[in-house]
Design a protein around this ligand. Structure first.
Ligand SMILES: [Zn+2]
Length: 484
C-alpha cells in the first residue's frame, strides 16, 4: 500500500532548485504568456490568466454516477486587467461561484463558465475562484471518442487527453497552464481511489472513505487522471533509499498476469533515469482497469492500462515503457499547445526503442528501419511541426517522431545525443515547450546546426531517407587487434 501518513516536506511549488532548471521555469513562463488560444481547440483555455493551484473536493457515488464538487482555484491575472475570464466545465448544475469571496456575474453554456468579477482583477494580481457543481459526469465528445470522466461497470476512470478535463472539474483547459493539485474524493468505502501524486490521508467514516491526494508538480489539466474501482495495490520492486516508489492498482484476478507484465518496470525506471535524468515526480502508479481500453493513457505520476494490456507474456511491454517515458516527455516537459504533440509522442516512441535496445530486444536502428519501411508505404501528407487536429494522434506521427530522434542521434553520436536529452528534460522540467524550443536546444549540443535535418523531418511531409549510419554500439569496445 501507499503511505497513508500526511506531512511530506517537499515545497508545494513547481519551481525547480537547480540553476539550469530555474532558467527552464522562466522560459516556461515566457511560453505561457505568449501562448494564446490553442489553434486546434480554440474553445479550450483562456490565456488571459493562469492557475497555480487547484483544490478539488469531490463526492462521487458510482451507482447513480453522481458527482458533486467544489473547487478552489488560485490564479494570477495576465498583463491586462481581468474584467472577464472563462473556465471550461461541462454542463453540470452550478451552485455557488465566487471571485475573491464576492459574487460575480456568470453564464454557463456550451461547456464554458464565463465569469465577470464584481470588480476587475488588476493586471498581474493573484485571485481566487470558488465554484460548486453537481450532476452526472459523462465524457466530452471528440473525434477520438469520449474523453474524460467515464463511468465503468463498477467505478469510474478519467483519461482526458486532449480535452476531457472539463468533463469533471472547472479548469483553464490548456496544456501550458500547469498548476499544483490537491484532490479530495469521498466515495463508498468498497472502492479504492487512485489519483496521480501522493496519498496524504485516507479517512473512513461510516460507509464512505475520503482520499486526499497532493500533486505539487506543475500539471496540465488533461493530465489529472483518476481511477475509482475495486483494486488491489502492490508495490513494484524495492525503491530503496531515494528511489521512486512504484505502485500497481489491479483487479485481484489480473494480479498473476500483471506481476509478470510489469516485472521489468523498475528496470525501465532505472534505465530512463540514466538516459533522461531524474524521474520528475515523487512517485509513479499504474492502474489496470477491469475493462478494455483502446490504448493506455498517461497522466501525471500515473498511467492507465486496460485489462487487454495484460496477458502474462509481456505482450504490451513496449507500452509500459511508452507510458513511463511520458512522465518526462509530455508530463514534466509539456507542450505549449497541441500543434507540438510530436514532442510527446515521438519521444515516448523513441523510449520504447531505447528500452528494447537496452533490454536485449531489437536495436533502435532495427526498429527505426522497420518504422521507416512502414512509413514508406503510407501517404506522406503529415507535417510533424503542425499535423492539424485531425492527424494529431495518427500512428505516423508517433513513428516519424521516433525517427526524428533517431536521426538526431545518428547525426550527433551517442555521447552528445544523451547529454542533449538529459539537458532537455532538466532545463524544461515543469515547463512548456515548442518545436522551435527543441530544435534550438539540439543545435546547442551539435557540432554543426541540424537545421537541414529538422526541416526535412519536421517541417516537410515527404519522408527523408533512413539515416544510414547507425549509432555506435558501446557495449563491445574493439580490442587492439581489431582497431589496428
Ligand atoms: Zn503516448
Amino acid at each position: 500500500m501507499a503511505s497513508l501518513s500526511a506531512g511530506h516536506s517537499e515545497p508545494v511549488s513547481g519551481v525547480p532548485a537547480s540553476g539550469d532548471s530555474a532558467q527552464g521555469a522562466e522560459a516556461a513562463v515566457a511560453v505561457q504568456q505568449q501562448a494564446g488560444s490553442d489553434p486546434y481547440f480554440p474553445d479550450h483555455g483562456d490565456a488571459r490568466y493562469r492557475v497555480h493551484r487547484y483544490e478539488l473536493t469531490l463526492d462521487y457515488r458510482p451507482g447513480p454516477n453522481r458527482l458533486a464538487g467544489s473547487a478552489r482555484i488560485n490564479a494570477i491575472a495576465g498583463r491586462s486587467p481581468l474584467t472577464e475570464f472563462t473556465l471550461n466545465l461541462s454542463d453540470f448544475k452550478i451552485g455557488r461561484v465566487r471571485v475573491d469571496g464576492r459574487q460575480p456575474h456568470y453564464t454557463h453554456r456550451g461547456g464554458k463558465l464565463r465569469v465577470r468579477p464584481a470588480k476587475p482583477v488588476r493586471a498581474g494580481a493573484a485571485f481566487t475562484v470558488e465554484v460548486q457543481w453537481s450532476g452526472n459526469p459523462r465524457p466530452v465528445n471528440s473525434p477520438w471518442g469520449g474523453l474524460g470522466w467515464e463511468e465503468l461497470e463498477d467505478g469510474a476512470l478519467v483519461a482526458s487527453q486532449p480535452i476531457g478535463a472539463p468533463s469533471w472539474y472547472p479548469c483553464n483547459d490548456r496544456p501550458a497552464d500547469k498548476a499544483a493539485y490537491q484532490i479530495s474524493i469521498t466515495t463508498p468505502s468498497a472502492y479504492a481511489v487512485v489519483a496521480g501524486g501522493r496519498l496524504l490521508t485516507r479517512t473512513t467514516r461510516a460507509s464512505t472513505t475520503t482520499w486526499v491526494y497532493e500533486q505539487p508538480a506543475p500539471t496540465s489539466s488533461y493530465l489529472v487522471g483518476l481511477a475509482i474501482g475495486k483494486y488491489q495495490t502492490v508495490l513494484l520492486g524495492d525503491p530503496g533509499p531515494g528511489g521512486v516508489p512504484q505502485h500497481g492498482h489491479i483487479p485481484a484476478h489480473l494480479l498473476p498476469e500483471f506481476s509478470r507484465d510489469f516485472a521489468r518496470q523498475p528496470q525501465m525506471m532505472d534505465l530512463f533515469q540514466e538516459l533522461f535524468g531524474p524521474y520528475p515526480f515523487d512517485e509513479y502508479a499504474v492502474v489496470v482497469t477491469d475493462e478494455e481500453l483502446d490504448v493506455p493513457v498517461e497522466a501525471q505520476g500515473l498511467s492507465l492500462f486496460g485489462a487487454n494490456h495484460v496477458d502474462g507474456a509481456r505482450g504490451s511491454e513496449r507500452l509500459v515503457a511508452h507510458e513511463l517515458a511520458h512522465q518526462w516527455f509530455g508530463n514534466s516537459v509539456s507542450i505549449a499547445d497541441w500543434r507540438h504533440i510530436w514532442l510527446n509522442e515521438g519521444f515516448a516512441k523513441y523510449a520504447e526503442w531505447l528500452w528494447s535496445e537496452r533490454s536485449g530486444g531489437r536495436t533502435a536502428q532495427q526498429l527505426a528501419a522497420a518504422a521507416h519501411r512502414l512509413l514508406s508505404s503510407q501517404p506522406q501528407d503529415l507535417r510533424l511541426s503542425d499535423p492539424g487536429r485531425k492527424l494529431m494522434f495518427d500512428d505516423r506521427l508517433y513513428e516519424r517522431g521516433g525517427l526524428v530522434l533517431h536521426a538526431v542521434r545518428c547525426a550527433m553520436g551517442d555521447e552528445a545525443f544523451f547529454r542533449m536529452l538529459r539537458g532537455w528534460a532538466g532545463l524544461h522540467r515543469g515547463g512548456a515547450v515548442t518545436t522551435r524550443t527543441f530544435t534550438a536546444h539540439v543545435n546547442r549540443f551539435a557540432d554543426e546546426p541540424l537545421d537541414g535535418l529538422f526541416d526535412a523531418w519536421v517541417n516537410r511531409a515527404a519522408l527523408p531517407a533512413l539515416p544510414t549510419q547507425g549509432p555506435a554500439r558501446p557495449n563491445h569496445p574493439p580490442t587492439n587487434a581489431e582497431s589496428a
